[in-house]
Structures are given as C-alpha cells and as structure tokens.
Design a protein around this ligand. Sequence first.
Ligand code: DX5
Ligand code: ZN
Length: 220
Amino acid sequence: MSKIKISPSILSADFAKLGEEVIAVDKAGADYIHIDVMDGHFVPNLTFGPPVIKAIRPYSQKPFDVHLMINPAVQYLADYAEAGADIITVHAEADIHLHRSIQVIRDLGKRVGVSLNPSTHERVLENVIDDIDLILVMSVNPGFGGQSFIESQIIKIQKIREMIGIRDIDLMVDGGIKPNNILTAVKAGANAFVAGSAIFTGGNYAENIDKLRFAADKIE
Ligand code: DX5
Ligand code: ZN
C-alpha cells in the first residue's frame, strides 16, 4: 500500500453532524484531518474558529491539520494550538513576518506548515525551509472546495521537492485532487494530499480514500 498521506478536508463534510463526519473519515483511513479556517478577508469565505475545532477534537486521535487562511494569523496561533491543532499551516502571503509566525508555532510545540497560493513563487521558502515540517502547495485559489486543479503547480511541486532534498518535510497538495490527477502530483514529488470533494462526495469515504491511494500507487 502507498506511503502517501491523505488529509480529508472537512470543508466538504456535513456541518450539521461534524463530529460524526470526523469519526467517519478517521475510520475510513485518513492520516490527518484537514481543517480549513477562513476569515472572509484573506479568502472570500468564512468557516471555523477555535471553538469548533475544540468541539470536534474528542472525535479523532488523528493529527488535526489546521490550514489557516486568515490574515493576520500570528495573534491567533495560540488559540488554534489550545483548541487542538497538531499541525498549524500559515500562508506565506498572510503575515508580513512569516519567520515570526513559524517561530510562534514552534514555541507552541506544534508542527509547522507553510502554504503557498498558486501565484506565489517557491523562493519564499528558501529562508525558512530549515524551520518547517510541512509545505502546502495550493493547487486551487483558496476559499472553496470543489474547484479544478491548476496544472502549473506541478512544476512548482517538482522544484520544491528539489529544494527539500534530504529534509524530513511533508510536501502536501491541496485543491482539486482526484484519482485522475493524484499520480501526476506523486510523480512530481508530493507525498501528502488534501481532498475534500473527492472524499465526501458519494458517501463511501473508505472507498473514496482507497481510490486515491490506489491511483497514487500506479507509479512505475
Ligand atoms: C480550499 C481548501 C481546500 C479544499 C479542498 O481553500 O484549502 O482544503 O477544501 O477541496 P477539494 O478537494 O474539493 O478541492
Ligand atoms: Zn485546505
């Protein structure tokens, strides 16, 4: 079986029964639980705050992979850590002082992620790459589930994989991941995948996760 990590995005879950949905994707084989935090300012949509994360925390022991699409982020990082985040990912575009946000997450004892919008050049990672655990390449413009994968991000994933070298950093891709494109991203060097609509559409979460893993395994 593949060594890739799958992080189902609960943005595509039924919000009226979020706890049950977290249990369901956990049992279906999720490696992480991806939680998309949106502020209606950095992105044109609003989602969850720390109280919602705290409320669903008891429903899974899997790492909570919290993707902060908020600007500014730095003054809220402790709230997300206390609410139960294990990985906290900030956008390179969000805070003026990315390095400070990384330090704050590290000092909170959490795993550090940095995300890049599709238009952001990978060079922004150069001066922080030794301080992070996860790089999240956005393959859609953040804000909504169910968008189409932006092909230009494949070359960026390749370049970032080269930059990572022997470092132990997850290279995660978020947006439009489906069984028909996951292999291209695996070949480019990604090892972790967020999927919302591909997992929550259709109702059989285990089958949907297996389809992604099976497609990702087809590497020669
Ligand atoms: C987009 C979010 C994604 C989104 C992915 O802003 O960061 O995590 O939920 O959804 P799909 O897999 O449907 O593109
Ligand atoms: Zn996300």
